[in-house]
Design a protein around this ligand. Structure first.
Ligand SMILES: Cc1cc2nc3c(=O)[nH]c(=O)nc-3n(C[C@H](O)[C@H](O)[C@H](O)COP(=O)(O)OP(=O)(O)OC[C@H]3O[C@@H](n4cnc5c(N)ncnc54)[C@H](O)[C@@H]3O)c2cc1C
Ligand SMILES: Cc1cc2nc3c(=O)[nH]c(=O)nc-3n(C[C@H](O)[C@H](O)[C@H](O)COP(=O)(O)O)c2cc1C
Ligand code: SF4
Ligand code: SF4
Length: 869
C-alpha cells in the first residue's frame, strides 16, 4: 500500500497535490471541491492591497493554440492558457472571514495568499490572516499583472525586503512565491531561506503578450497577461532540480501540470508539494483525483512506499557541461517495413502512397515508373482491377476511399499518350551471373505467365512462352470484354514484355502441337504451367444440350475473337461471377432486348466486381437474386424457357451463412431464346501426359507449395487460375513475380523457400487518424461513363479517364498514412542532408547522419530509431 502522507511547512498533508492560488480557490465551496477530490492543501486566491487588482475584466481567458509549430502536427495538445484574472474581489475583512469559514469547514490546511504594494499593507494583511487562522501564508511576489516586484529597479532586493518584513511580523509558516522570469531563483532562494521563510513556490504564470494581427493591437484587453500551460513545466523543473540540493526549506512546484506524470516529475526534481491550477480550470476538480491515482500507480509500479523514497532523485543525475558524453556513436535508421493498408491490400504491393503523392505534385512520369516497377500491366490493371487496396484505404473512414485505381489509369494513359518510355525495365545493378544460356518454358500467355516471363527475362534467362490461342493475354483478351479493357492496350503492354527479350509462340498448344518430351529435348531447364482455368462448369440440369444453350466463357471468347455470335431477343445468364456479368452486358451489346441474370444468392454475395454489377444494372440487365434455375425447356430442339424457383434465406447456419431455401409453389417460367451458363471455370489438365503425374487437388487444380509454387515434380512450377481456380489479374501478377523468384533460385541451385519472406508492418488506422486530427471531408472524384444508351450498343471502352486537375485534387485526398513519399518530413528537417528518397521510400545515409535525433522527433509514425553506428 503506498502512502502519500506529506509534511509541508510542518503541516500534515494527506497528499502532496495542492490546489494552487486562482479563482478555483477563492471561496470555501470551491476549496471544498478541491478537498473532496483529494487535494492535500489549498492556496487561496491572492488578496491584493491595490484595489484596482480586485476587479478582473471579462472575458479573461483565451486558449492560444500552437497548431502551426509542426506543420504536420494537427493535434490540439499544444496550447497556452492566456488569462487576465486578477486578485480576489474581496477586501481584507471579507477575505479574513472566508479564511475563518474555511478553517471551520475543511480539514486540510488553508494557505492564504497576499500581494501588497506598501510595507504597511504587507504587515497588516499578514497579521490579520494569521489571526483569522490561516495555516500558512504565501507571499505572492510574482503576479504577471503588474506585481509590486515589477515596479522597482532592484528586483532581488525588493523580494528579500518583503520576505524579511513579513517574517518579522508573523510567526505562521511563510512561503515566497517567485518566478524565474523576474530573477534567477538560484541566486536568492538561499537568502530567502536564511531570512526564515519556511517554503518557496516556483513559479507563477509568465507575463506575456499576444497580438491580433488584423487589429494590430495586443489581445486580452490590450494588456500584458499571464501565459501558462503544459509547456511551462520545464521552466520550474529546471530551477527546482538545481535548488533542491542546496535548500532545507520546502519547495512547492507550480506550473504546467497537466497529467499525473507531471506531478511525479516535480517530486523527482525535489518538490515537497505540487500545485495545480490550469488543469483544474480546464477540466474541473476531478483531475486532482486522477493525478493522485496516477501517482499511486507509479509508486506501486516502482515499489515506492513513501514519497520520500524517490523525492529529489533526479538532482543527482543532472550533469555539468564538462560531464556530458559527446561521442557520436549512434545513427538514425528508418524501418523500411512500415506500409499503409492500401499497399498491404494490393497483392503485388504497389507503392500506392508513393505514386499518389507524386501525382499530387504533378510528377506523372515518376508516378508511372513507381507503378511499373512493381507490375508490367498498369494500363490493364487500371481498368479491371477489383481494387482490394481501396477497401483498405484509411481515407474511407473519413469520407470515401481515395480513387486509387482511377489515379493509376490517369498516369498510365498520360504516359501512353505522351509516348514516354518507362525506364524501369533495365536491370540495375547489372546482373551478377550470365543466365542467357538457361532456357525457361512457360505454358500459357495469360497475365501470370507473362509477368513471370518478364521477371525472368530481366534476370537474363532465355524465356519462351507457349500459347495455344492466336492472341497472347489469356483472359485479358479472351474473357474480359473490350468495353472494359480495350485489346490494343493489352497488346501494347505485351509488346513491352517482348521487348525485354521474352519470346511468345502463339497457336502452340502444349500436349498437342508440342509434347512435354519436345520441351525437354529443346533444352528447357525449368517449366512454369500457367494455363489458367478454361473449362466451364456444367449445370447438370435437364435441357443443357438444347440449341441456344452455351457456356459463358466460350461465348465471351467468340465475342472477343470477333467470331460470329448470335443471341436471341431474350437472354438468360446463370451465374454471379465476372463471366456471368460480362456475358450479360455483351448480350445487350449484341442486340438482346431482355437480359436476365439468375443468381441463387444475394447481391452482397455475388463474386463479380461490385462496380461491374452496378454498370450491368444501369445498362438494363435484370438481376434475379435468390433464384434457382430448375429445368431448361425447349421446342424443336431449341431452348425456349427456363423454369426458376425463388429462394428465401433460412436461419443462420453453423457456418454463419443463411442457407437459401426454395419456395417450390412459386416456380415460374422465364421465356428465353438464349441461355448462357456461367457457373465458373476449372482448369483443363488434359495436356498433362503420363510422365507428368503432378499432384492434383480439389476442382482439378494443380497442387503446389503455397510459398514456392513448386509442383510435385522438380523444376515444374504452377500458379494462377490453374492452381487457384478463377481469381484476379492482380493476384496472378503478384504470384507471377513470386514464381519467378522460385524459378530463379531453382535454376541457380539454391533453396527455393528464401527471398519470399516479407516482414511488413501495416500502419494502424487509429494511429493515423489520431495523429491527423481533424480531416476536412472531401468527396471522391466521380468517374463518368458514356451515356447509357450509347453504352448498350458499343464495344468501345465506356469509362472516361480523369482530367489532370481532377487527378491532382483526388491525389491530394490521400492521407499519406505511412512512411515514404507523401510524408518525407524527416528529409526536410535533416540539416545534414542524410535522408534521401529512392523510389517511394526514404533512407538514411549512415555516413552523413550526425545522429542528432531530430528526425526521430518529427517522424509522425515513430518509424525511425537510433542504432549503433
Ligand atoms: C470473363 C472474365 C472476366 C474477368 N474479369 C476480371 C476483372 O475484371 N478483373 C480481374 O482482376 N480479373 C478478372 N477475371 C479473372 C482473370 O482474368 C484471371 O484470374 C486471370 O486472367 C488469370 O490469369 P492466368 O494467367 O492464371 O490465366 P489465363 O488468363 O486464363 O491465361 C492462361 C493462358 O494459358 C493458355 N493455355 C491454356 N492451356 C494451354 C496449353 N495447353 N498450351 C498453351 N497454352 C495454354 C490459355 O489460352 C491462356 O491464354 C476475369 C475472368 C473472366 C473469365
Ligand atoms: C486564472 C489564473 C489565476 C491565477 N491567480 C493567481 C493568484 O491570484 N495568485 C497567485 O499567486 N497565482 C495565481 N495564478 C498562478 C497559479 O497559482 C499558478 O502558479 C500558475 O498558473 C502555474 O500553474 P498551472 O500551470 O498549474 O496553472 C493564477 C493562475 C491562473 C491560470
Ligand atoms: S489514404 Fe492514401 S496512403 Fe492512406 S490508405 Fe488511402 S491511399 Fe493509402
Ligand atoms: S518522417 Fe515520414 S518519411 Fe520520414 S521516416 Fe517518418 S514516416 Fe517515414
Amino acid at each position: 500500500m503506498v502512502n502519500l502522507d506529506t509534511v509541508y511547512l510542518g503541516l500534515k498533508l494527506k497528499s502532496p497535490v495542492i490546489a494552487g492560488s486562482a479563482g478555483i480557490t477563492e471561496t470555501v465551496e470551491r476549496m471544498k471541491k478541491a478537498e473532496d477530490n483529494g487535494a492535500g492543501a489549498v492556496v487561496m486566491k491572492s488578496l491584493f492591497e491595490d484595489e484596482i487588482s480586485r476587479i478582473s475584466p471579462t472575458p479573461r481567458f483565451k486558449l492560444v493554440r500552437y497548431r502551426e509549430g509542426l506543420r504536420n502536427n494537427k493535434s490540439k495538445n499544444s496550447f497556452s492558457l492566456y488569462s487576465y484574472e486578477q486578485g480576489s474581489e474581496w477586501g481584507l475583512e471579507r477575505y479574513s472571514e472566508e479564511v475563518r469559514r474555511a478553517k471551520k469547514e475543511l480539514d486540510i490546511p488553508i494557505i492564504a495568499s497576499i500581494n501588497c504594494i506598501s510595507r504597511k499593507g504587507w504587515v497588516s494583511y499578514a497579521k490579520r490572516l494569521e489571526k483569522a487562522g490561516a495555516d500558512a501564508l504565501e507571499i505572492n511576489l510574482s503576479c504577471p499583472h503588474g506585481s509590486i516586484i515589477f515596479r522597482g529597479k532592484e528586483v532581488e532586493k525588493s523580494i528579500l525586503d518583503t520576505v524579511r518584513l513579513v517574517r518579522e511580523n508573523v510567526s505562521l509558516p511563510i512561503i515566497a512565491k517567485i518566478s524565474s522570469q523576474l530573477t534567477s531563483p538560484a541566486q536568492i532562494i538561499k537568502e530567502i531561506e536564511s531570512i526564515g521563510a519556511n517554503g518557496i513556490t516556483i513559479f507563477n504564470r509568465l507575463t506575456g503578450v499576444d497580438i491580433d494581427i488584423e487589429e494590430e493591437r495586443p489581445i486580452m484587453h490590450q494588456g500584458y497577461a499571464g501565459h501558462g500551460g503544459p509547456w511551462a513545466i520545464h521552466q520550474s523543473l529546471r530551477w527546482i532540480s538545481e535548488i533542491f540540493p542546496q535548500l532545507k526549506i520546502d519547495i512547492s512546484g507550480s506550473g504546467g501540470v497537466s497529467r499525473s506524470e507531471d506531478i511525479i516529475k516535480y517530486l523527482l526534481a525535489g518538490a515537497t508539494t505540487v500545485q495545480t491550477v490550469t488543469a483544474i480550470v480546464l477540466n474541473g476538480y476531478g483531475v486532482i483525483e486522477e493525478f493522485i491515482g496516477g501517482l499511486k500507480e507509479y509508486m506501486d509500479r516502482k515499489s515506492y512506499q513513501r514519497i520520500e523514497d524517490f523525492r529529489g532523485k533526479l538532482s543527482s543525475r543532472i550533469k555539468g557541461t564538462y560531464e556530458i558524453k559527446r561521442d557520436h556513436y549512434l545513427k538514425a535508421e528508418i524501418n523500411d517495413n512500415l506500409i499503409p493498408p492500401c499497399q498491404a491490400g494490393c497483392p503485388a504491393g504497389i507503392d500506392i502512397q508513393g505514386y499518389v503523392a507524386l501525382i499530387s505534385q504533378g510528377k506523372f512520369g515518376e508516378a508511372f515508373d513507381l507503378i511499373r516497377e512493381k507490375v508490367p500491366f498498369p494500363l490493364v490493371l487500371s481498368r479491371i482491377c477489383p481494387r482490394p487496396c481501396e477497401e483498405k484505404c484509411i481515407r474511407g473512414k473519413v469520407d470515401e476511399p481515395v480513387a486509387i485505381n482511377a489515379l493509376k489509369r490517369f498516369v498510365a494513359d498520360w504516359q501512353m499518350e505522351k509516348g514516354i518510355e518507362s525506364n524501369v525495365s533495365v536491370p540495375n545493378p547489372p546482373l551478377p551471373t550470365d543466365n542467357s544460356q538457361l532456357k525457361v518454358a512457360i505454358i500459357g500467355a495469360g497475365p501470370i505467365g507473362l509477368t513471370c516471363a518478364y521477371e525472368l527475362a530481366k534476370l537474363g534467362y532465355k524465356v519462351a512462352v507457349f500459347e495455344s490461342s492466336s492472341k497472347a493475354g489469356g483472359m485479358l483478351v479472351l474473357g474480359i470484354p473490350g468495353y472494359r479493357l480495350p485489346k490494343g492496350l493489352v497488346q501494347k503492354e505485351i509488346k513491352e514484355i517482348e521487348e525485354q527479350g521474352v519470346e511468345i509462340k502463339l497457336n502452340t498448344t502444349i500436349g498437342k502441337d508440342l509434347t512435354w518430351g519436345d520441351l525437354k529435348e529443346m533444352g528447357y531447364k525449368a517449366i512454369f504451367i500457367a494455363t489458367g482455368a478454361h473449362k466451364s462448369k456444367r449445370l447438370n440440369i435437364p435441357g443443357e444440350n438444347l440449341l441456344g444453350v452455351m457456356d459463358g466463357l466460350s461465348f465471351l471468347k467468340r465475342v472477343n475473337l470477333d467470331k460470329q455470335v448470335e443471341v436471341g431477343r431474350r437472354v438468360a445468364i446463370i451465374g454471379g461471377g465476372n463471366t456471368a456479368v460480362d456475358a450479360a452486358r455483351s448480350s445487350i451489346r449484341l442486340g438482346a432486348k431482355e437480359v436476365y441474370l439468375i443468381y441463387r444468392r444475394t447481391k452482397e454475395e455475388m463474386p463479380a466486381i461490385p462496380k461491374e454489377i452496378e454498370r450491368a444494372e444501369e445498362e438494363g440487365v435484370k438481376i434475379l437474386y435468390l433464384t434457382l434455375p430448375g429445368e431448361i425447356t425447349g421446342k424443336n430442339g431449341r431452348v425456349n424457357g427456363l423454369k426458376c424457383v425463388p429462394l428465401v434465406l433460412d436461419e443462420i447456419d453453423a457456418e454463419g451463412r443463411r442457407k437459401p431455401l426454395p419456395i417450390s409453389a412459386s416456380e415460374f417460367l422465364l421465356k428465353i431464346d438464349t441461355l448462357i451458363v456461367a457457373m465458373g471455370q476449372s482448369p483443363d489438365l488434359s495436356f498433362l501426359d503420363e510422365e507428368r503425374k503432378l499432384k492434383i487437388g480439389e476442382d482439378n487444380s494443380i497442387v503446389v507449395n503455397p510459398i514456392t509454387y513448386a509442383t510435385s515434380q522438380p523444376g515444374i512450377f504452377a500458379a494462377g487460375d490453374v492452381v487457384k481456380g478463377s481469381s484476379s489479374v492482380i493476384e496472378a501478377i503478384a504470384a507471377g513475380k513470386r514464381v519467378a523468384v522460385s524459378m530463379h533460385r531453382y535454376l541457380q541451385g539454391e533453396s527455393l523457400r528464401e527471398d519470399h519472406q516479407i516482414d511488413e508492418v501495416i500502419v494502424s488506422a487509429n494511429k493515423v487518424l489520431k495523429e491527423k486530427g481533424f480531416v476536412e471531408q472531401k468527396k471522391r472524384v466521380r468517374i463518368s461513363t458514356l451515356p447509357i444508351e450509347r453504352r448498350r450498343s458499343t464495344l468501345r471502352e465506356i469509362e472516361r479517364v480523369l482530367e489532370e486537375k481532377e487527378a491532382i485534387q483526388e491525389a491530394k485526398r490521400c492521407l499519406a498514412c505511412s512512411c515514404g513519399l507523401g510524408c518525407g518530413i524527416c528529409e526536410k528537417v535533416c540539416i545534414y542532408s542524410a535522408i534521401e528518397r529512392v523510389g517511394g521510400r526514404y533512407g538514411i545515409d549512415a555516413e552523413r547522419c550526425d545522429g542528432c535525433g531530430l528526425c526521430i522527433e518529427v517522424c509522425p509514425k515513430e518509424n525511425i530509431k537510433m542504432v549503433r553506428a
